[in-house]
Design a protein around this ligand. Structure first.
Ligand code: NAD
Length: 431
């Protein structure tokens, strides 16, 4: 049978393809070519293994029943149980979940974790649900996908619109359905009281700073005294700014949805964190100059840490970036086209799959601790995180130098290479 006949009719798969997945496949194809990936392996890696769509009927507070649509896409499990978050958002659809599940597969692989990739979600605006409705939704969604998840099968985690409380309801529902025995290992991102890990809250921001330090080192720079700008002052951005400040960097600019603030001598980050608690945003912080989010990205600095939204640096502003390093705290803050421009300009990018990998690495630790029923001190979690994230960075950086490619392509190539080896060793079932 020819290669063409062998492939499914693309029309029949149109329902799986959205912009995120197309973009990932484009990166995949480019990287697969560089490492000469076995075409049979590449063909398997270009498709999700299993895509589940479920109806989720929910009793609302007014006693009516609303039926939401939920998904769980299990992309690839060559390296271990599936792992990936659950999103509650009104824009969730199957193509988006497929794209995110593919990204989780490549992220877990490049980080060297013994985990496959998955993602799930429900198409719902969670801000319009009461707490009871959100709990009902979470429990029924869990029940609908429960045959497919489990501590050895597929381990979900929080994402946009879900939080530690949602994970606690997930764990409780699953445990009841398994005979009532506590099964903390079925989900991560739980509160510490029921099997969550110490250090999870700051893990992504801390990982961003470990990577910033290492990226500086390989570019003959150092953290102490360097100028850093951080876009986004939420979980990732505020911890990244705090850890940079503690290491003697001058955090000259930060921003959030209210706008940006600048001080060339460096902002007092602990005070900014306190200010944000009182004022719900960074705007108006005493002793700072007001700047726009656009201006923040173009600030003169050694390292720019975009930790807010995707698509912030594109072809419109890539030429104006003055930072020497960009460390992607957010997912997809620099577009593919902008990556090429920045690479040509000699600006070093630490890609999201590594730079913000601290979150999934500590999720992995949470799962390990739950399975062992033995919990680690926060300092242990932080140091194990450092070892794993820097090993991944160094491996990808070596790849970049060997192949003379940008870090994003190198990360994808390293990820595919690990999956390829494992897939060839395991072979194709039945044959
Ligand atoms: P968050 O909601 O805690 O914080 C987001 C921050 O971005 C807030 O300060 C918000 O005000 C700011 N923001 C929103 N719109 C903005 C705009 N237009 N300009 C500037 N700032 C704006 O979210 P988070 O958990 O910190 O996640 C941030 C990014 O990091 C997302 O892309 C997320 O997917 C990614 N990420 C997060 C984790 C994690 O563990 N939290 C892990 C991996 C990746």
């Amino acid at each position: 049978m020819s290669q063409q006949q062998n492939n499914l009719n693309p029309q029949s798969e149109a329902h799986l393809h959205g912009p995120l997945f197309q973009n990932t496949l484009q990166n995949f194809d480019e990287a697969a070519k560089i490492i000469n990936c076995d075409p049979n392996v590449a063909a398997r890696l270009r498709k999700p293994r299993r895509s589940l769509t479920v109806s989720v009927p929910v009793r609302m507070d007014d006693y009516t029943v609303k039926v939401f649509t939920g998904y769980r896409v299990q992309y690839n499990s060559t390296l271990g149980p599936y792992k990936g978050g659950i999103r509650f958002h009104q824009n969730v659809d199957l193509p988006e979940v497929v794209g995110m599940a593919a990204l989780m597969t490549f992220k877990n692989s490049v980080l060297g974790l013994p985990l496959g990739g998955a993602k799930g979600g429900v198409c719902v605006d969670p801000t319009r649900l009461s707490r009871t409705e959100k709990q009902n939704l979470t429990r029924r969604y869990t029940s609908e996908i429960s045959a497919f998840v489990g501590p050895n099968k597929d381990i979900p985690a929080p994402d946009v619109g879900t939080d530690p409380q949602t994970m606690a309801w997930f764990m409780d529902t699953y445990s009841h359905e398994q005979g009532g025995y506590a099964q903390p290992g079925v989900v991560t991102g739980k509160p510490v009281e029921i099997g969550g890990s110490l250090g999870r809250n700051h893990a992504t921001g801390l990982g961003v700073i470990y990577i910033t330090e290492r990226a500086m080192e390989v570019n003959q720079m150092q953290m102490a005294g360097s100028r850093i700008a951080v876009q986004g002052f939420g979980n990732v951005g505020s911890f990244a700014a705090k850890f940079a400040h503690e290491r003697g960097a001058r955090v000259v600019a930060v921003s959030d949805v209210t706008g940006g603030i600048f001080n060339g001598d460096g902002l007092n980050i602990p005070e900014v964190i306190e200010y944000v608690k009182q004022n719900k945003g960074v705007k108006g912080f005493p002793g700072s100059q007001e700047i726009t989010n656009e201006q923040l990205l173009e600030v003169e600095c050694e390292a720019l840490l975009p930790c807010a939204l995707e698509g912030q640096i594109d072809t419109h502003n890539a030429e104006k970036i003055k930072a020497k390093l960009i460390i992607e705290g957010a997912n997809g803050p620099v577009t593919n086209a902008a990556t090429k421009i920045l690479d040509k300009r000699g600006i070093f990018i630490a890609p999201d799959v590594i730079a913000n990998g601290g979150g999934v690495i500590v999720s992995y630790f949470e799962w390990v601790q739950d399975i062992m029923s033995f919990f680690w001190e926060e300092a242990d979690v932080d140091s194990k995180l450092k070892a794993i994230i820097l090993k991944a960075f160094d491996h990808v950086h070596k790849f970049k130098l060997e192949k003379n490619i940008d870090m994003r392509t190198a990360a994808m190539a390293a990820s595919i290479a690990r999956l390829e080896k494992a897939m060839l060793l395991r072979g194709l079932y039945p044959r």
